[in-house]
Design a protein around this ligand. Structure first.
Ligand SMILES: [Zn+2]
Length: 320
C-alpha cells in the first residue's frame, strides 16, 4: 500500500482566472492527467480534499479579509488587491478546499495514514498575507497547515522550506516573530515580490528563525544543493523540527515563463531528496508538500512527477 497521498479536488479546476493568466486551470488539468498515466500506477493514493471551515481560515487571516474574498468571488469581481490575483464565482470554494487540504494533510500524517503528502492545489498560497491577497494567492495554505498542526496536535517546532522561485513573503510574515516556526526560502532575486533579502532573519522571539537565500537569475541545482546542505540543513539541525512542510513551487524550472532559473526536471528529484534527508533526521521521514507555482505546463507535469517519485522511492519501510 502506498504511503504517499496526493490530495486533489475538482474545484481547483473551476477557479477560473482566464486563459491568458499564467495561473490558470489548465495547469492542474494537465497535471492531473499526467499523474493518472500508467507510469505512476501504485506510487500514491488519490485523496479528495475536504473543504475548510471558516475557523480554519481565521488561523491566519482576518475576518474582514475573509468576508472580502467571499464577497468578491460571489460578485465575480475578478481582481483582488494587487491586481494580478483574479477570482470567479467558484474561486472561494476552490480556496476553501485548498485550505482544507492543509488540515487534511496534517490529520493524515499525524494519524499515520501516510508518511508523505503532496497537495496539488490551486490557488497557491505562499504570497497571501493576513489581510491581503497577493501574487495569485488567496489564503496561505502552508501557514494554515503549520498553525493547525501546532493548535490541533501540539507540534512544537515546524519547519517550512519554500523552494518556489518567488520569495514566500506571506508565509514569512505569518511567522516573522514566532520562534516555533523555522521559515527558509530559496528564491530568485531580484524578482516578484521583491523582498526575501538575507538580512531578513526574523524579529523579537522569531529572530534568526527566518532564513532567506536569494539566488541570482540562471542559478542551477548546484546552487540550491549548496544552500540546502550548508545553510538550511545546519539550521534544521539546530532547530530540530517535529514537522517539515514544503512550499513546492516548480517555477525555478528552466522552461518557466515567469522566472529565469535553470533547474531541470530531475533537479526537483534531488531537491526532494535533500528535503527528505532533513525530514528523516528530525521528523521520522514524514513530510507535507504543497504545490505553489510552476507555469510551464509540461515542465510542471514532469517536475511534479520527479517530486512524487522521490517522495515514493525513499519512503519509510513499513514495519512487519
Ligand atoms: Zn512562484
Amino acid at each position: 500500500m502506498p504511503r504517499v497521498g496526493l490530495i486533489y479536488h475538482d474545484s481547483f479546476l473551476e477557479h477560473d482566472t482566464g486563459h491568458q493568466h499564467p495561473e490558470n486551470h489548465a495547469r492542474l488539468e494537465h497535471l492531473y492527467a499526467h499523474l493518472r498515466s500508467p507510469e505512476f500506477d501504485g506510487l500514491f493514493d488519490w485523496v479528495e480534499a475536504k473543504a475548510a471551515q471558516r475557523d480554519h481560515l481565521l488561523l491566519n487571516h482576518s475576518s474582514v479579509y475573509i468576508d472580502y474574498v467571499e464577497k468578491a468571488c460571489s460578485e465575480r469581481s475578478a481582481l483582488l488587491d494587487d491586481g494580478d490575483t483574479r477570482v470567479c464565482d467558484r474561486s472561494f470554494d476552490a480556496a476553501l478546499h485548498g485550505v482544507g487540504a492543509a488540515m487534511q494533510s496534517v490529520d493524515l500524517l499525524h494519524r499515520g495514514e501516510y508518511d508523505r503528502l503532496f497537495a496539488a492545489v490551486r490557488p497557491p498560497g505562499h504570497h497571501a498575507v493576513e489581510k491581503h491577497a497577493m501574487g495569485f494567492c488567496l489564503f496561505n495554505n502552508v501557514a494554515i497547515a503549520a498553525k493547525y498542526a501546532m493548535a490541533a496536535y501540539g507540534y512544537q517546532k515546524v519547519m517550512i522550506l519554500d523552494w518556489d522561485v518567488h520569495h514566500g513573503n506571506g508565509t514569512q510574515d505569518s511567522f516573522y516573530e514566532d520562534d516555533r516556526v523555522l521559515f527558509c526560502s530559496i528564491h530568485q532575486s531580484p524578482l516578484f515580490p521583491g523582498g526575501g533579502h538575507e538580512s531578513e532573519t526574523g524579529e523579537g522571539n522569531g529572530e534568526f528563525h527566518t532564513i532567506n537565500i536569494p539566488l541570482a537569475a540562471g542559478s542551477e541545482v548546484e546552487h540550491y544543493r549548496y544552500a540546502i546542505k550548508n545553510k538550511i540543513t545546519p539550521a534544521a539541525l539546530a532547530f530540530a523540527p517535529d514537522l517539515l512542510i514544503l512550499s513546492a513551487g516548480f517555477d525555478a524550472h528552466q522552461m518557466d515563463p515567469l522566472a529565469n532559473m535553470s533547474l531541470r526536471d530531475e533537479d526537483f528529484y534531488e531537491l526532494t531528496e535533500l528535503s527528505l534527508e532533513i525530514a528523516k533526521t528530525h521528523c521520522d521521514g514524514k513530510i507535507i508538500s504543497f504545490l505553489e507555482g510552476g507555469y510551464h505546463h509540461d515542465a510542471l507535469c514532469r517536475s511534479v512527477g520527479q517530486h512524487l517519485l522521490a517522495l515514493n522511492k525513499s519512503q519509510i519501510p513499513v514495519e512487519a
